[in-house]
Design a protein around this ligand. Structure first.
Ligand code: NAD
Length: 321
């Protein structure tokens, strides 16, 4: 029997590359697509020799042509960290809107099932805690983060419209902060920023008073949740994330302990519209997918730290642009 074929957009990025690995492992023929705007081919170069892996260097906001059959599409292309989407705001809006539209059109023409990567950012600075999928969010459309948050909200709306009006098989995953190997040290997110600073012997920068909380999910747990959602028959959004919450100050302390660094924490003003609390309610994921995170923060942090330590020394000195 011929292998099932899956298209993964954003394949050279952090999550996309882990998805490629997972689908190869599951015996799929994987077609990766990326324009490399924030991704890195090194994340998938180990797959290039495989017969069951193909790569298209392509911008998904332009018409997408993939020859042959497609059974599944996972649309993960999008800048994902504030440092990226504040630098390329229009591309961020385009990949969430035009890019998603192109992927949905492709899914329809191939009769494929599509899963789109949404985000906890659709909840904005939430007034409900923890966030359930029924909460509609508190987003400032014209604030600096609006370009990302609203692109993702549009993405969910158009995906649901294709489901309702065209009967397309769609899945929507709302991903909460995820970490692990292949994150970029200089992408501005808290964990790589802290580890990068510790490795360079610099003080760790905490924004605000550090009391704002986040919940960090290890990448292997997330990928398992996404795989289960894709294979489920549930079309409404599902939160996938780790509900164990920690303040950024405590998190910075954990990184200091892990790295054995003797630097201190320094405090800087909180960026505009920075959410104060973030914690997924994963009741749905548990009930519908039988999923919950398995990797503890201690274990996940250790693996991520090992990855960053293994990078060439010149990577460590690159600071956020
Ligand atoms: P990433 O920046 O590492 O990967 C995104 C990839 O998409 C990059 O390789 C980039 O080059 C590619 N890309 C961007 N625009 C493109 C375009 N127009 N055409 C083709 N490729 C394009 O980010 P990530 O952390 O892997 O995030 C992947 C997806 O998951 C994104 O959609 C993001 O919004 C979503 N997400 C991630 C997190 C997280 O914690 N990492 C949380 C919520 C949602």
């Amino acid at each position: 029997m011929s292998k099932k074929r899956v298209l993964i957009t954003g394949a050279a990025g952090f999550l996309g590359s882990h998805l490629c690995d997972r689908f190869i492992k599951e015996g799929f023929h994987v077609i990766g697509m990326d324009n490399l705007i924030t991704g890195d081919l090194r994340n998938i170069e180990h797959l290039f020799p495989l017969e069951d892996f193909e790569f298209y260097h392509h911008d998904v906001t332009k018409f997408i042509h993939v020859p042959g059959e497609l059974h599944y599409i996972l649309h993960f292309a999008s800048p994902a960290s504030p440092i990226d989407y504040l630098k390329i705001p229009i591309q961020t809006l385009k990949v969430g809107s035009l890019g998603t539209h192109n992927c949905l059109g492709l899914a329809r023409s191939k009769n494929a099932r599509i899963l789109v990567a949404s985000t906890s950012e659709v909840y904005g600075d939430p007034q409900v805690h923890p966030q359930t999928e029924e909460y509609w969010g508190n987003v400032n459309p014209v604030g600096p983060r609006g370009v990302y948050d609203e692109a993702k909200r549009f993405q969910e709306a158009i995906t649901m419209a294709y489901h309702t009006f065209h009967g397309l098989e769609t899945r929507i995953v709302r991903i909460f902060n995820t970490y692990g190997p292949r994150m970029r040290l200089n992408d501005g997110r808290a964990l790589p920023a802290f580890i990068g600073q510790a490795l360079r012997g610099e003080d760790l920068t905490v924004f605000g008073d550090g009391s704002q909380t986040r919940s960090f999910c290890y990448v292997d747990d997330l990928i398992e949740g996404i795989y289960r959602l894709l294979m489920s028959d549930y079309a409404k959004p599902v939160n996938i994330g780790n509900p164990v919450e920690i303040s950024l100050k405590d998190f910075a302390e954990e990184v200091l302990k892990l790295t054995g660094s003797s630097v201190k924490l320094v405090y800087k003003p909180l960026p505009v519209d920075d959410p104060k609390q973030r914690q997924p309610d994963i009741t749905k994921a548990k009930q519908i997918l039988g999923w919950e995170p398995k990797v503890s923060r201690a274990e996940g942090l250790k693996k991520t730290y090992e990855y960053f330590k293994s990078l060439p020394k010149e990577e460590l000195v690159k600071l956020p642009k």
